[in-house]
Ligand binder design. Structure first.
Ligand SMILES: [Zn+2]
Length: 445
């Protein structure tokens, strides 16, 4: 090849490289780097200090019970809000619930909510939540100590920490940070908020639930401080009838919106958090158990649950006591704050990316005009001013993760692969490198 051809070739190559946005977004890297394990420890210790945070515990006492706890959570959110330039607002979300199995009389369930309004697309909403209520052995016991360091002081501290590191940064979409009440009494606070989102037609693009995310030593003596489980359900219960039949016939059973969100989070975590793995679990939650993401998923909102790799059942839902020399109870001393910080970093990376990224492409389709040996995909153009283009993602039908990608600035792409043998997805990316959720193309004629 002549020198001039090499020079022209290099310029072309440089142009192509410039066209692709960076692999990591600077703002995401910044917020991830701000997560502090010392701050997380302080928050968990403070939450444990309220003695019990049982949903039916005393609300008037200044230092003990769920009332004192939520006033403190609100004041922590308000401190973050002070650095937001007026964009973060903090409020209680209250619902009177009727008596049920774990609620003997009508009760006021109070979530604490901090909303960081998005700048260019405030109608797009990303939710991160954890429950701040706790329980002892008996779910109706509102008097005994229920420290709830890990369940779910860990998740609550994480949500406070993320509000702190995000508050003074600029995002396209709106972030909602929620400390839920009534989880242990039947997912009451989360259900009330998810109902409200549905009834008001809010565009909630994702919900990340963190529940028991702060210990690394399992009850079986096995330690894992290198991974966190991420639970996701397959289909939305709203995907019924012809929608279900088409998804099933196309082999999209692992590409429902919550499962797809989980896969996307795994992808993001690999970019921003070294040496710490997201382990996808294809299940709503732990076997026959539940959490605050479930009412969101049930209403068609993509929702997933983070939980530790190794649980210890002596440390959750137990009265604090020593029996035959063995310690029971959900205490700070059993926690691993370096581990909790890594889970918080994964959440920070996911939340910040979701709120910076363009919206997921709409109307993505696999063009089916005739039988052919390549696959043509098309989708509607995104309208964000900072849009850089799109990634088409490719994986084999049996692969849990995306394996290949192609960057394009077009809204049509032909890939030399047989559509019979692969799954495809399309995501938009901004010039900073924040990638949207992935849209799964459906047949288009
Ligand atoms: Zn819990």
């Amino acid at each position: 090849m002549s020198i001039s051809k090499i020079v022209v070739g290099s310029i072309l190559l440089a142009g192509i490289l410039r066209a692709q946005p960076p692999a990591r977004h600077a703002v995401v890297e910044h917020v991830v780097s701000r997560v502090s394990s010392a701050q997380l420890r302080q928050s968990v210790e403070k939450l444990v200090g309220f003695g019990t945070r049982h949903t039916l515990s005393d609300t008037g006492n200044a230092t003990r019970g769920i009332g004192a706890a939520r006033r403190w959570i609100k004041s922590e959110f308000e401190q973050s809000a002070q650095r937001s330039g007026g964009r973060m607002s903090v409020a209680y979300h209250e619902t009177i619930v009727p008596p049920s199995g774990r609620v003997p009389a009508p009760a006021n369930i109070i979530n604490v909510v901090a909303t960081l309004k998005g700048i260019s697309a405030p109608e797009r909403i990303i939710v991160i939540g954890a429950h701040y209520d706790s329980r002892a052995s008996d779910p109706l016991d509102a008097l005994s100590d229920a420290p709830g360091a890990n369940d779910d002081g860990s998740g609550t501290a994480l949500v406070l920490e993320l509000a702190r590191v995000m508050a003074d940064q600029m995002f396209d979409a709106t972030m909602v940070f929620i400390a839920f009440a009534g989880e242990e009494q039947g997912l009451l606070g989360a259900t009330a908020w998810a109902d409200q989102a549905r009834d008001r037609g809010w565009n909630v693009e994702a919900m990340l639930n963190n529940d028991i995310v702060g210990n690394s030593m399992g009850g079986d003596g096995v330690k894992d401080d290198r991974s966190v489980r991420l639970f996701s359900e397959a289909f939305s219960p709203l995907d019924t009838g012809s929608v279900f039949r088409m998804r099933n016939s196309l082999g999209l059973e692992s590409d429902g919106s919550s499962r797809s969100l989980a896969r996307w989070i795994d992808d993001v975590a690999d970019k921003y958090v070294n040496g710490f793995d997201v382990r996808l679990i294809y299940r709503r939650d732990r076997f026959l158990r539940g959490g605050d993401h479930a009412p969101f998923h049930a209403r068609g909102i993509p929702a997933v649950r983070f939980s530790v790799a190794r649980e210890n059942y002596d440390w959750q839902h137990q009265n604090v006591r020593v029996e035959n020399g063995k310690e029971y109870g959900d205490l700070v001393q059993f926690m691993d704050f370096a581990y909790l910080a890594n889970v918080a970093r994964v959440n920070a990376a996911a939340l910040a990316t979701l709120a910076l990224a363009p919206a997921a492409p709409r109307n993505a389709g696999v063009v089916v005009s005739r039988l052919e040996y390549e696959t043509t995909l098309r989708w509607n153009a995104n309208t964000e001013p900072d849009l850089a283009g799109y990634y088409v993602r490719i994986r084999e039908t049996t692969s849990p993760v995306w394996q290949e990608e192609v960057f394009t600035r077009d809204t049509v792409l032909t890939i030399p692969k047989l559509k019979d043998d692969y799954l495809f997805g399309v995501q938009a990316v901004d010039r900073g490198g924040a990638r949207s959720l992935i849209t799964i193309p459906l047949p288009a004629r």
